[in-house]
Write a protein that binds this ligand. Structure first.
Ligand code: IMP
Ligand code: MG
Length: 185
């Protein structure tokens, strides 16, 4: 029986990072976190919604006592350009004081979102504060932010899939890809 092709796939111009590559890299990141935080309990904070798939896969590779919390921010409208304004849509459920916190982000672009979050969280006095980002779009950085664990560097192009959206679409694609130019117009 032929595999049906979902229509979303017709919008993809290029696969930048395959499902296999993501799987391998996420397992490596998990292994590094296990090693670096051996003997500790950690609190993993995922930034919604883009980090959803990354978190789900990453945590299955973490063999440490772990708690998860979520934070929702908005820094983009429906387009591909940052508004430059970060707004908290949903704050954490739990205090982070004295805890080993790892922020899980989908992508660091200008760095504004992460810079804002790091400042906010530092005020809450965690024991340690680290950042794990699936993608790093380094060429676009406006604010220098420390990223402790990086999945992949990506070029200056708007990417979708594996949690990342364009106007809330394409998050479920199992790979990281670039859409055909006519879709972004
Ligand atoms: P920054 O504040 O400019 O670093 O942007 C961070 C947020 O913008 C990310 O968490 C994403 O939600 C979104 N973003 C930045 N670049 C992309 C992209 O190429 N595709 C999808 N979302 C992106
Ligand atoms: Mg995001």
């Amino acid at each position: 029986m032929p595999t049906p092709t979902p229509s979303l796939y017709h919008d993809v111009a290029e696969v930048l990072i395959s499902e296999e590559q993501i799987k391998r890299r996420v397992a490596e990141l998990g292994a590094r976190i296990n090693k670096d935080f051996a003997g500790e309990q950690i609190l993993v904070i995922a930034v919604l919604k883009g980090a959803l798939l990354f978190l789900a896969d990453l945590m299955r590779h973490i063999d440490l006592p772990l708690a998860v919390d979520f934070l929702a921010v908005s820094s983009y409208g429906t387009g591909t350009q940052s508004s430059g304004v970060v707004r908290i849509l949903k704050d954490l459920d739990e205090p982070i004081e004295h805890r080993h916190v790892i922020i899980v982000e989908d992508i660091v672009d200008s760095g504004r979102t992460l810079d804002y979050l790091l400042r906010l969280f530092r005020q809450r006095h965690p024991a340690t504060l680290h950042v794990c980002a699936l993608l790093d779009k380094r060429d676009r950085r406006e604010i220098d932010v420390p990223i402790d664990y990086v999945g992949f560097e990506v070029p200056d192009a708007f990417v979708v899939g594996y949690g990342l959206d364009f106007a809330e679409h394409y998050r479920q694609l199992p790979f990281i890809g670039v859409l055909k130019p006519e879709i972004y117009q």
